[in-house]
Design a protein around this ligand. Structure first.
Ligand code: ATP
Length: 283
């Protein structure tokens, strides 16, 4: 039933190409949410129609970081109380944020009915988007693995702390060995210099290429920048509040680079395809 539904939805939206990027990190507190929201805003400034799927701790993040009021989340969509469009909140430069927290349930615990509901919700999304960034939860839960496996690009945010590197390695290992993901994009966050960022990448790269069959690419070096916290205190994003700040420059450069990332091939370029992938892991 889910297959039929997804197929028909895919046929219905042939022209809707959406790039889906999962932003994850293994360890919590590495700056995943800051990077996701700021990248979303920077991409929106470049004309992209961006949806952030907030699969992190959900409400608190969006609330605290951008001062937005969130009342409903994906669980209300799954319950049939409202549509996906109705739970979206609008952030700076028109970015849309979908609070994805569905109670305490992980994707693995959703019923077949809820799976179908999820596919339908994305299939029926009327808000036009061409980039979806998923802010995954911290850790290596089923949900994180599912989102990363189903996305077209997996971005890992790491910082120069032993636990960040070991957790990133553990996540890469699981995604590679169990889910066949072999390409990972790395963001070195809160580093003191460009050199430190490159060294951090090199440490992770050495250990992963030695033990796993993966390809890692360093896509951004975001320096430690006091203005990231200052922006949060102002309930704003650094690319908005302090656009000339070093971290803003790094994020803006990343957003420009992202415009050159290849769009998905036609067959996989639909949101339904992403969700189909997501739920099929647990069928
Ligand atoms: N480049 C940076 N420079 C300085 N501080 C930063 C930087 N990036 C993030 N931070 C700060 O680090 C803290 C953690 O950031 P954030 O909440 O984005 O991390 P996270 O990985 O999403 O955490 P969690 O998974 O626990 O939600 C925040 O206080 C944030 O302001």
């Amino acid at each position: 039933m889910i297959d039929d539904q997804a197929r028909s939805l895919r046929t219905m939206s042939r022209n809707k190409q959406v790039k889906v990027v999962a932003i994850t990190g293994g360890k919590g507190g590495v700056g995943k949410t800051s990077v996701t929201l700021n990248t979303a805003i920077a991409c929106a400034k470049l004309g992209r129609r961006v949806l952030v799927l907030d699969a992190d701790l959900g409400l608190a993040n969006v609330d605290v970081m951008l001062g937005l009021r969130v009342e409903r989340n994906l669980s209300h969509v799954l319950n049939g109380d409202c549509t996906l469009d109705e739970i979206l909140v609008t952030g700076p430069h028109g970015i849309k944020i979908a609070p994805a927290t569905s109670g305490t349930k992980s994707m693995a615990e959703l019923s077949a009915h809820e799976h179908a509901g999820l596919i339908r919700a994305f299939g029926e999304l009327k808000t036009p988007i061409d980039l979806m960034l998923i802010d995954t939860a911290a850790g290596i839960s089923d949900m994180v693995v599912s989102f990363s496996r189903a996305a077209q690009d997996v971005v890992l945010v790491v910082c120069d702390e032993p636990t960040s590197l070991t957790d990133a390695y553990a996540l890469i290992k699981i995604l590679n060995r169990e889910q066949g993901v072999f390409k990972f994009k790395i963001i070195a966050n809160t580093v003191r210099s460009e050199r430190e960022g490159k060294e951090l990448f090199s440490k992770l790269s050495k250990v992963t290429t030695r033990f796993l069959d993966v390809a890692l690419e360093l896509i951004a070096i975001v320096p430690f920048d006091e203005n990231v916290r200052k922006a949060v205190r102002k309930q704003s994003a650094i690319v908005e509040a302090f656009p000339a700040s070093p971290a803003s420059k790094a994020i803006n450069k990343l957003a420009i680079d992202m415009q050159h990332w290849p769009m998905p091939a036609q067959a996989g370029g639909h949101l339904e395809f992403f969700i189909e992938n997501l739920v099929s892991l647990h069928d």
